[in-house]
Design a binder for this molecule. Sequence first.
Ligand code: C6P
Length: 411
Amino acid sequence: MTTATAIDIEKIRAKFPILHQNVNGKRLIYFDNAATNQKPQEVIDALTNYYQGYNANIHRGIHTLAEKATKAFEKTRDSMQKFINAKHVEEIIFTRGVTESINLVASSYGRAFLKEGDEVIISGMEHHSNIVPWQLICEEKKANLKVIPVSEIGDIDLEEYRKLLSRKTKIVAVNHASNSLGTINPIKKIIQLAHEVDAVVLIDGAQAAAHLDIDVQNLDCDFYCISSHKMYGPTGVGILYGKKSILEKMPPYMGGGEMIKEVTFAKTTYNDIPYKFEAGTPNISDVIALNAAILFINNLGKDQIAEHENELLEYAVEKLSAIPKLKLIGTAKNKVAVQSFIVDGIHPFDIGQMLDARGIAVRTGHHCTQPLMERLGIEGTIRASFSVYNTKSEVDELADGLMRIVNIMKG
Ligand code: C6P
């Protein structure tokens, strides 16, 4: 059974070779999309074509292969600029992932502009990647880290956020969507309020890029971070968007090739953005293949993707709610298609293993959000996260599997 949305799920599924296999003797059902989603054939082909046809180092070579590789690499930068509606192409910096993008900002911007007594605000539902880099820089600069509380159902407390903001606030860093709960945060409001006290805002878009429209000019965020592997692209590539005027005044993050203008032993001058922040040979093949992932999303249309995924989420909530002893975790109104849950008396890890035995891949544990788990008074959850290639019949199998597990454990 497929869903009744306008997109043709079977046609989409045919593009993903990995989905057509058995795991533990059962048809694979992949519900771990928030960790990393699967790659369509065009992304896999782009990787193969590069290595078979024009593998070469970029920017420095004048031979034909180097020029072809450079052009393809820079094409992804152009596509990403359009994808998030950045004003300037040089505002797009390639990194290894969201984690590196956040570390780059914390190290470079934080080291240059934070002073003793300044404050950095994050939320209580941040991934460790949007906590630890701020702890490190706050410790170094003797600045203070403040945390916006999160409600029981998984909403940011905007009133408390307003109270935390002051002239001491220099940086606000929050996620667009939570990986553990699925909550879509009111980032436009968060950004606007931060700007009223002249703080800069970094948005962790790891869980948004494959699902939500991103318009950095409309949001007016100062930094926006994306991981390619969570938007149908290869692993090992991230994007850091930064406003040109801010990136230009930030010092380099890493030193090496490509990020320099001129090197002498007495003094080195740095390249212009974005290259100032792209030291060394980048991940050429994976950046090139990311372009195919962007095209895949654009061709389907984010609205269509979101419509299908929201339908799956609604269906999953209905099905999971009918299972005895199961409690949904993360029930905010505005969500991406991520549903966490726990089952009374059964450890999440055991449920994950029993589902795996049925060919169903879910994630279990704290999802790199330990402070959030502590806030909710739980050790971890089982998390099912949905993608455009998932179907309602797969949700039926998840619910059926859970019902059996609960019954077995009861008996
Ligand atoms: N979340 C998950 O299963 P990297 O690893 O750098 O691509 O992304 C880190 C990251 C940062 N922020 C958020 C909101 C995230 O969800 C992630 C990655 C994975 O939820 C792995 S823990």
